[in-house]
Design a protein around this ligand. Structure first.
Ligand SMILES: [Zn+2]
Length: 431
């Protein structure tokens, strides 16, 4: 008799009538049938649960979980200059990045994410943690013009990014990404060097673009062009470019984005909390631009919860456009799952045979799912993350019955508390 690595029995799959069995082998969904007569090394009983693809969080700075809750209620530039950059200058180290990544990964798994796109420092620490825990990530060193602990000048950042690309190419779960921070922190020359490196290794470029009105003004003043036109004029934009935010763009710029097949990581909660604005997402989607969803760092969101991000995304654009059809639950779910995986070239984000087994099982025996009429709408609009019962990444069970199976949650919280003490005593020494 055939044997699956994981066999899920009697599960509800949105869009399909009745209950289904899902067979998983070699990290892939190999069979979906009404009744699979086979054995599983691990068997999960559906018991009325609903299966969804897991989330792809397409823009974050995962280790910033350790700075969550600091500098609340400040706009972006004050928040960066008065709170985040001084703290990062003092504390960012391999140990900080590792402990912060673990905390972020615990939160990611508990909220149903199996892929995240990260931009930060000491990314080899994050890569190692991801491999230990069994979660996917696209990781890149933030490349800047100004000096930090990582490097003194752009050439040194590029050298660091190259070494990371070399060390982490051909891994199973983790892949390198080239991350110039933004057009306002990277000169045209730095951006060109980053692009050359990405093209040399065949990697994605991940960058913040057009996040605030202030950024647009600043770039216009410096280069005589808006950020998107500026990036286009130096030959940076291409189909391997993932731009986070894209709040402030005009009609012509949107055409450029479409034509160049640039991908967008929409971060609605971060844009709202830092008062950056509202990105024209329904318009991007209508134009056929690939839009994904990201949480941004936990310090500007203030969590890594993709379910909440979906819910806010849908309601924000309906309300802002005064159009209940501006974006629907099904589209938002696609943005948060399928579009993210597609952007990084992973065949996941759909519950179909032949796709990677990245999925979550959601407990429908909760008030929010009863009575069950429309699983997708009820997932997006009604439920909280406590309903996420099981998380599977590339066929490996990372959480079952809300118990993490590959990471010691208590130990992660213990370390977070130690960092809290250090950070608070530094802050009190400043005042
Ligand atoms: Zn960001």
């Amino acid at each position: 008799m055939e044997k699956y690595d994981v066999l899920i029995k009697d599960i509800i799959i949105p869009g399909k009538e009745g209950k289904w069995d899902i067979g998983i082998s070699g990290g892939k969904i190999t069979k979906i049938e009404k009744k699979i007569e086979a054995q599983g090394k691990e068997v999960i009983l559906g018991n009325g649960k609903i299966a969804f693809p897991s989330f792809a969080n397409m823009h974050t700075h995962i280790s910033m979980t350790l700075l969550r809750g600091l500098g609340a209620d400040l706009p972006l530039m004050d928040w960066l200059q008065k709170v985040i950059w001084p703290l990062e200058g003092e504390f960012v180290s391999p140990e900080f990045v590792r402990d912060g990544a673990l905390l972020g990964i615990v939160e990611s798994i508990k909220t149903g994410t199996t892929l995240f796109m990260d931009m930060y420092f000491f990314e080899e620490e994050i890569g190692q943690v991801c491999e230990e825990v069994g979660i996917r990530a696209g990781l890149g060193f933030g490349i800047l013009d100004f000096p930090t602990k990582i490097a003194k000048n752009p050439e040194e950042y590029i050298k660091r990014a190259r070494k990371f690309a070399e060390d982490f190419k051909n891994r199973e779960l983790v892949f390198p990404v080239i991350c110039p921070h933004a057009p306002y922190t990277c000169s045209p020359n730095t951006l060109r060097m980053a692009k050359e490196l990405a093209d040399e290794y065949g990697l994605l470029l991940h960058i913040h673009v057009a996040e605030t009105k202030g950024e647009v003004e600043r770039i216009k003043e410096e280069y005589g062009k808006t950020p998107v036109r500026h990036l286009e004029s130096i030959g940076f934009l291409d189909k391997n470019v993932l731009c986070a935010h894209m709040v402030w763009t005009d009609e012509e710029e949107r055409e450029i984005i479409k034509e160049k097949e640039v991908k967008i990581a929409h971060c609605p909660e971060s844009n709202l909390k830092l008062a950056s604005g509202i990105a024209p997402i329904p318009d991007y989607v209508k134009r056929g631009i690939t839009v994904c969803i990201g949480t941004d760092g936990a310090a500007s969101n203030d969590n890594l919860n993709m379910l909440e991000e979906m819910s806010i995304c849908a309601k924000l654009h309906k309300g802002y456009n005064m159009d209940a059809k501006a974006i629907d639950a099904k589209t938002v779910l696609k943005l948060a799952t399928e579009n993210g995986f597609k952007t990084v070239g992973i065949k996941a984000g759909k519950l179909e045979e032949g796709f990677e087994a990245d999925l979550i099982l959601v407990n429908a025996e909760t008030p929010e799912f009863q009575p069950l009429y429309d699983p997708i709408a009820q997932f997006v609009y009604s439920s909280g993350t406590e309903c996420i019962d099981t998380v599977i990444c590339k066929g490996k069970i990372l959480m079952e019955k809300r118990q993490l199976k590959t990471v010691d949650e208590e130990e992660v919280y213990r370390k977070a508390k130690v960092w809290r003490e250090k950070i608070l005593s530094f802050l009190s020494s400043l005042s």
